[in-house]
Design a protein around this ligand. Structure first.
Ligand code: BTN
Length: 332
């Protein structure tokens, strides 16, 4: 019997007792095996109340992310099914890249509580206190030409935006290309790193950082007006395993749409959630700032920006915002 099946059963009946007899019947194992698995779950930090003649009742989950719990919540076919949960890493991106080079399958997921060298876009650092955020990297093997990599960046943002909006009830928008904002403050950052051969993507490591249950004191002064956690924005905390499961399911479904029907459906969704379009912004694409009005995405995933002289410039990588560069949420 998988421990995760037992956990799913107890979670499904949260607040109610399930008798040892019922568990052994539903899962097809002996009462002794049930008891052993209950002991193991307790050793992993789950709270389980055991009352004679009533059975077992789940009273709490461990503060640390736990593979058994996460697997019991996963509704995906492949994403997250090869799961590596680590306490401390340099960066989940580094661990995933090693696994990818060794042949790990698409959907492999690396999660860590603490990153000593977490990184964000534009060479910035990414810092998140252990136990409160989500730092994870997902392996994709899309088999598309290298120049279409920006499409996966945008797809990642849409997957995160849709799943987190649904789970939290917050109005989350996408700032180009893939920052997620609530009321103009960043709650999540995405970093894609890829390996290519002969102009084709061999694999993509999608790094996702989500500020879930961070408190105001977790943010350095300079980020306090620019970054916010889901907990601070919604006024309640969230179960990280449930959020990860929701993100992976949405991601897997959108990725299937992308592979079947191409970028067009993703492009439309991205534009729907974008908070960047149709207003004047200043952009820095490497050669200093310029002003323009982003009007939409082109078919490759580039941002079409209308210039003051009426011309149009398409950009694939740039900083959008004030003249001062924006730091990552939780990043420094
Ligand atoms: C950004 O907004 O600049 C992107 C931040 C991406 C952070 C995540 S956390 C998990 C993964 N591992 C890393 O080192 N970075 C990404």
């Amino acid at each position: 019997m998988e421990q995760s099946q037992l956990l799913a059963l107890l979670e499904g009946k949260r607040e109610q007792f399930v008798s040892g007899e019922e568990i052994s019947r539903l899962l097809g194992v002996s009462r002794t095996a049930v008891w052993k698995h209950i002991r193991k779950l307790e050793a992993e930090g789950f709270g389980i109340e055991a009352v004679p003649r009533k059975g077992y009742r789940l009273t709490g989950s461990p503060a640390r992310l736990n593979a058994v719990e996460l697997q019991s919540k996963l509704g995906t076919a492949a994403f997250g099914r090869h799961l590596h949960i680590r306490e401390t890493v340099t960066s989940t991106q580094d661990v995933l890249r090693e696994l990818a080079e060794a042949g790990a399958p698409e959907g492999t997921l690396v999660i860590a509580e603490r990153q000593d060298n977490g990184r964000g876009r534009m060479g910035r650092a990414w810092v998140s206190p252990p136990g409160r955020g989500i730092s994870m990297s997902l392996l994709l093997r899309p088999g598309v030409p290298l120049h279409l990599a920006p499409q996966l960046t945008l797809l990642s943002a849409v997957a995160l935006c849709r799943s987190l909006s649904r789970e939290t009830g917050l109005a989350i928008g996408i700032k180009w290309p893939n920052d997620l904002l609530v009321d103009g403050r960043k709650i999540s950052g995405i970093l894609l790193e890829s390996a290519a051969e002969d102009e084709r993507l061999r694999y993509v490591a999608v790094g996702l950082g989500i500020a879930v249950n961070l408190e105001p004191e977790d943010y350095p002064e300079e980020l306090s007006t620019r970054a916010v956690s889901l907990k601070m924005a919604a006024g309640r905390s969230f179960d990280r395993a449930s959020l990860i499961a929701a993100v992976l399911l949405e991601f897997e479904q959108l990725y299937a749409v992308y592979q079947e029907r191409g970028f067009e459906p993703i492009r439309i969704l991205w534009e729907t959630y974008s908070v960047t379009l149709d207003r004047t912004v200043s952009l820095n694409a490497g050669q200093g700032f310029f002003e323009g009005v982003p009007r939409g995405l082109d078919e490759h995933g580039g941002l079409r920006v209308e210039l003051p002289d009426g011309g149009v410039r398409t950009i694939y990588s740039a900083e959008i915002g004030d003249a001062a560069p924006l730091p990552g949420a939780g990043g420094r």
